[in-house]
Design a protein around this ligand. Sequence first.
Ligand SMILES: Nc1ncnc2c1ncn2[C@@H]1O[C@H](COP(=O)(O)OP(=O)(O)OP(=O)(O)O)[C@@H](O)[C@H]1O
Ligand SMILES: [Mg+2]
Length: 368
Amino acid sequence: MGKPNNKNKKNNTEKQEKLTGDELKEKLKESEGAGTDAEKTDDSAESMSAITSDMANEATDDDLVSGENSPMVLAENLVKIYKTLELEVLALQGLDLRVERGELTAIIGNSGSGKSTFLNMLGGLDEPSAGKLFVDGKNLFKLSQSEKVIYKRNTVGFVWQNNGRNLLPFMNAMENIMVPMHLTSEKHKKERALELLDLVGMSHRKYSRMNQLSGGEQQRIAIAIALANKPKLLLADEPTGSVDRKTADYIFDLFRRLNKEYGQTIIIVTHDVELSKKVARVVAIRDGKISSERILKEHYANLGTGEINWMEEDTQDEFTIVDRAGRIQIPKKMLDSLELKDNKIKVTYEEPVIKLENPSKNTVSKEK
Ligand SMILES: Nc1ncnc2c1ncn2[C@@H]1O[C@H](COP(=O)(O)OP(=O)(O)OP(=O)(O)O)[C@@H](O)[C@H]1O
Ligand SMILES: [Mg+2]
C-alpha cells in the first residue's frame, strides 16, 4: 500500500470537521447522485445510442428476469466505450454474465481488462454504451435518477481497494457504520452497528477513529459500512489489494463466511490468484468479455479453509466460455503454442471433439 499522504489527509479532515450533521447528510445525498468520473466522460456518441436501442430490442424481456426467482445479476452483451477527445477505449466488448442469488463470485483479469468498469455498472455508478444489465430483477438502465439513488443506497454495498472512499476519518468506527443508515428508516442504528462490528471482528475498536486503525482494520470497517443497509448484492473491487497476506486471508475468509452463513451474494474483483482459488466460482475477463470460468470441485466446496493446501491442490475445474454467437476466446497459452503465422485456424469436428489446428503446421506434417 502506498504511504498515506498525511498533508492531504489533514486538510480533508479539517474541511470535513466543519460540516454540521445536516450538511453531512446533504453531502452524502449529493455524492450518491454524483456518480464517478467515468459518468462524466463524453461517451454518448450518436452511433452508440443507435446500437443501444437496437440491442435493447432484441435482448431479454424485462419480465423474464424480475421476481424472486430471477438471477441476482444478468448482464447481456454489455458494451462500454470511453470516448475522450483523443481516443476511444473499448472497455467492455459484449460481456455476458449470470450470477445466481447466494453465489460468491470472483472476477479476475489483467489490468485494463474491464473489471472495475463492470463493477461500477453493477454499483449504479456508470452506464453502458450498449447492452442490458439486470440486478435483483431491476433493469438498471431504465431506473429514473431517484430510483437509482435508492438502488445505490439499498440494493448494493460497495467496498473499494482504497478505503478512503468508504470511510470518514473524523468519525469513529461505530459512527462510520451508522452513516449510511441515516438516510434510511432503520430504527435500531446503534444495535445494527454493534452487530456489524462483531461480524467483522472489530467490536473492541468501536470508538477508534480511522487514523488509529491499520489498513486491514479499516478495510473491515469498510465492509461493515457496505453491509449497513443489508444490501442484496455486495461488491468489492480489489478489497485486499492494499493489505498483507495474512490480512488478505482474513478478509477473504470474512467474505466466505458472509456468503455461507448469511447467504450474502458477493462479487469480488481480485488480482490475487491464490485467493481466487478459494471461491466457488471465478470468472476471468479478457479484453472486456468473460473468457473462461473456474468452478470449485464439489469435494472442496464442503471443506474448511484450513483443511486445504490451496496452492498445491488443483481445486477448480476450468471452462472456456462460448458466447451466444458461438465465439470463444482461446486461452493465450494454447494460442501461443499453435504458433499461428496469421489469424487463420483450422477447425475440425471428430465427434465428440472439436480440434483447432495451425493449418500451415498441419500441411508440413502431412508432407513429411
Ligand atoms: N473514465 C475513463 N475514461 C477513459 N478510459 C477509461 C476510463 N475508465 C477506464 N478506462 C479504460 O477502460 C479500460 C478498462 O478499465 P478498468 O478500470 O475497467 O480496468 P480494470 O480491469 O479494472 O484494471 P485494473 O486491474 O488495473 O484495475 C482501460 O483501458 C482503461 O484505461
Ligand atoms: Mg480496476
